[in-house]
Design a binder for this molecule. Structure first.
Ligand code: AMP
Ligand code: ZN
Length: 118
């Protein structure tokens, strides 16, 4: 999509602070973070919203979900539970449509974490 900022980041036309990339997904730090750690997981494919995803996107959506805790751990906000004591953790969020507060119409998952309060 010519006018999509996340397509431009995915194709390297505009820069971002990359966290991860593979053939299907990229992740980069949010330019306006709401938490000490705030990054976005974005499919390279231009899917406007979660509501536009289809059955053939099931594997891609699963990969986004599985990547969230891995990258959160790498960035220091992973969740741990040892000997009955849990710590760390993160919020993962997909905004959909105007009432969902979506601003960029290219599917993305926010991952936000870090010591509270934010
Ligand atoms: P949403 O409201 O879910 O569509 O969130 C869009 C997010 O993209 C916001 O948190 C923005 O701060 C973030 N954002 C917009 N442009 C950029 C950019 N060029 N690089 C990184 N994050 C961006
Ligand atoms: Zn796009």
């Amino acid at each position: 999509m010519d006018n999509c900022i996340f397509c431009k980041i995915a194709s390297g036309k505009i820069p971002a602070k990359l966290v991860y990339e593979d053939q299907e997904l990229i992740a980069f730090h949010d330019i306006n973070p709401s938490a000490p750690v705030h990054f976005l997981i974005v499919p390279r494919e231009h899917i406007p919203t979660l509501a536009d995803s289809r059955d053939n996107h099931a594997e891609l959506l699963g990969k986004m979900m599985l990547l969230a805790p891995k990258l959160a751990t790498e960035l220091g906000c992973g969740y741990t539970s040892e000997a009955g004591k849990s710590s760390g953790g993160f919020k993962s969020l997909i905004n959909t449509g105007p009432d969902g507060g979506q601003e960029v119409y290219h599917l993305h998952m926010h991952v936000m974490g870090g010591s509270r309060p934010w």
